[in-house]
Design a binder for this molecule. Structure first.
Ligand SMILES: Nc1ncnc2c1ncn2[C@@H]1O[C@H](COP(=O)(O)OP(=O)(O)OP(=O)(O)O)[C@@H](O)[C@H]1O
Length: 286
């Protein structure tokens, strides 16, 4: 384990923003913190990065690195009139690191930015600024990184590219990565584990696949022969080309799939839970 927070509380005057939040992050793991606007995500990240003090609770970072934790909170704060390389040089110096031009260029290449571009970063797209923010967070080789809403303002291709880079950082460099978002599309496929936060409380946590399944109220079933299925004949289902969208409140999806596979003439290729955001953010009874 690289990072652990236990029972962290934070209030602003009478507003309880974090009400006993606990989470863990392991080496090489990508962990998501998902919650609606105002749930307390940025406040928690600020506390993890030491930018804001907590009222109570514990915070432990198990790392030998000179910079155990790096991160970006909201949008990366950059010097708009400087180039990417110059920005990186300034932030490296602030962090006590004197890098050669070749080393700075290499850091830019690592996050997919071209060192040949020498114009001011105010000209950069949001995706490029996010990448530069990531390069700054990665200076001094932290063992874990927290990224607050790193996909905000990116188009679907930008999101996919940044997701790939995050996977590479976790996989090849073994960095533990904690990412916040209020968007499931951004975190669902990417994360090993998810924490769901609402009104300052972690209301669910566990393997991402399990969390997504718990909050699913419909399933997209891919296969052949589905339209003729007896199992689906009495179900609440919408047939599409090559798939069926099954709305399912009560019965177990595994039972339905078992019935389907035992029917002659049906071949199943996949079943994808369609997670309902409202259900995900709903507090579980008890
Ligand atoms: N410095 C502050 N002073 C007073 N209230 C604050 C402060 N910082 C955050 N808050 C309040 O704490 C609550 C949680 O804010 P926070 O930014 O942590 O949420 P969030 O989950 O990151 O939201 P979003 O997804 O909209 O960024 C909000 O009600 C916010 O107004």
């Amino acid at each position: 384990m690289i990072l652990s927070a236990g029972d962290v509380c934070k209030s602003y005057d009478s507003l309880k923003v974090l009400k006993g939040v606990s989470l863990e992050l392991h080496k090489g793991e990508i962990c998501g913190l998902i919650g609606p606007n105002g749930a307390g995500k940025s406040t928690l990240f600020r506390i993890l990065l030491g930018l804001v003090s907590r009222d109570s609770g514990s915070l432990q970072i198990h790392s030998e690195s000179s910079k155990p934790l790096g991160g970006i909170i909201e949008k990366p704060a950059l010097y708009g009139y400087l180039s990417a390389l110059e920005n990186l040089r300034v932030f490296a110096r602030i962090q006590g690191l004197e890098l050669t031009k070749a080393e700075l260029e290499n850091e830019l290449l690592q996050v997919g930015l071209s060192p040949d571009r020498t114009d001011p970063v105010r000209n950069y797209s949001m995706g490029m600024k996010q990448r530069l923010g990531l390069a700054i967070a990665l200076l001094n080789d932290p063992e874990c990184v927290v990224l607050d809403e790193p996909f905000s303002g990116l188009d679907p291709i930008g999101i996919r590219t940044l997701q790939d880079e995050i996977r590479t950082l976790a996989g090849s460099r073994g960095i533990g990565i904690l990412i916040s978002s209020h968007n499931l599309v951004e975190l669902g496929d990417l994360c090993d584990r998810l924490y769901v936060i609402n009104q300052g409380e972690i209301i669910r946590h566990g393997p991402a696949r399990e969390i997504l399944q718990q909050a699913a109220k419909s399933y997209l079933i891919y296969g052949t022969g589905l339209k003729a299925s007896k199992t689906l004949a009495s179900a609440d289902v919408e047939f599409r080309t090559g798939s069926a969208l099954l709305h399912l409140e009560g019965p177990n999806i595994h039972q339905v799939l078992q019935h389907l596979t035992s029917e002659p003439g049906i071949t199943l290729t996949a079943c994808v839970p369609q997670t309902n955001l409202a259900a995900l953010f709903e507090k579980t009874p008890g």
